[in-house]
Design a binder for this molecule. Structure first.
Ligand code: GLU
Length: 320
């Protein structure tokens, strides 16, 4: 039986820009979730993409979390704890070892398709941007003269899990995404592989993040199974969207941590986010530590799938 004090949650931002309100919201909820049960909180730096990741953004992530009043027990740039390093760019040996296990078990295949070739196979009605790999290289007999990526074979079956916030989920990976990439042709590690290897090795029991990653959870559960590892529990939060209804991105300057820190005190911003999560009845200033008794999965389950906020978080926490 798992005791509350065995709970380990993690926050795993990518240092490709300054955090925005959505990242801070995820961080606060994840921190509250584990703190409300006496668990541990881990900070992992997901700097897998060398083109987009910058050490100065990783430092700003730590600074913004400290500013808000969130502390971590493990991880971060100082590599605190028993499972260093906590930056993905320095964990390639772990990913290579896991990949080799999958290759040896016959669960992968080399794929020579270019993006353009895969795009040409997609059904024209598919407007949501989702790409389903059509299985072209699964049984390839002659290899073109280019470096392959490595894909994980998925099976045509439902992957079901109970999300602690979004409720029961079910995905057929063959239909939703097809065999997916573990290592790109240029050698870069795929997010899915890195996250699974790291969550397993770091003993993460609870993954809280935005609900744009619901399908990723099914991919990750499949990957955990292929590696004979136990997946954590998943809790996918409502997506915070701008006034145009789009999920926040690094381009939403007015809701970046930089702009928010200029406008609000840490307690004022914490109060706004707690109100967005309906943990408190009004957007009043409060310290994260004082919110701990108010954290409730039941409250989070009642939230809409998207929370639309005004660009300046004006009246009523800016929630439409
Ligand atoms: N690094 C991912 C991001 O910043 C988060 C992935 C995760 O939480 O699993 O979007």
């Amino acid at each position: 039986m798992k005791h509350d004090y065995d709970i380990k949650g993690r926050f795993a931002p990518s240092p490709s820009g300054r955090m925005h309100l959505g990242n801070l919201f995820t961080a606060l909820m994840s921190w509250l979730s584990v703190r409300s049960r006496g668990g541990k909180w881990l900070l992992r730096i997901e700097d897998l993409d060398p083109q987009r990741s910058r050490p100065e953004f990783a430092r700003l992530i730590e600074d913004d979390l400290h500013w808000l009043g969130l502390d971590w027990d493990e991880g971060g740039l100082d590599d605190i704890g028993p499972n260093p390093p906590y930056s993905q760019s320095r964990r390639a040996d772990r990913y290579a070892e896991a990949l080799q296990r999958l290759v040896d078990a016959g669960k992968t295949f080399p794929c020579y398709c270019t993006r353009a070739e895969i795009m040409a196979t997609q059904a024209p009605h598919q407007s949501d941007g989702r790409i389903v790999y059509p299985g072209t290289c699964r049984h390839i007999t002659s290899a073109p003269p280019r470096r392959p990526s490595t894909r994980l074979i998925v099976s045509d079956e439902e992957i079901a899990y109970i999300d602690l916030v979004a409720g029961p989920q079910q995905f057929n990976l063959a239909r939703e995404c097809g065999d997916f990439i573990l290592q790109r042709a240029d050698g870069a590690w795929a997010y899915q592989l890195a996250v699974v290897v790291d969550d397993a090795e770091m003993g993460v029991t609870e993954v809280m993040r935005g609900n744009d990653l619901l399908l990723s959870a099914a991919q990750q559960i499949w990957l955990f199974r292929q590696l004979s590892l136990t997946p954590p529990e998943y809790a996918h939060l409502p997506l915070i969207c701008n006034s145009a209804g789009q999920r926040l991105s690094k381009r939403d300057d007015s809701l970046s941590a930089e702009a928010l820190r200029r406008r609000f005190s840490p307690h004022a911003l914490t109060g706004l986010m707690a109100y967005m999560a309906r943990l408190i009845p009004a957007p009043e200033p409060i310290a994260p530590a004082r919110l701990i008794p108010f954290f409730s999965f039941d409250r989070l389950r009642q939230l809409p799938r998207h929370i639309v906020v005004s660009d300046d978080l004006s009246a009523h926490g800016g929630i439409f």
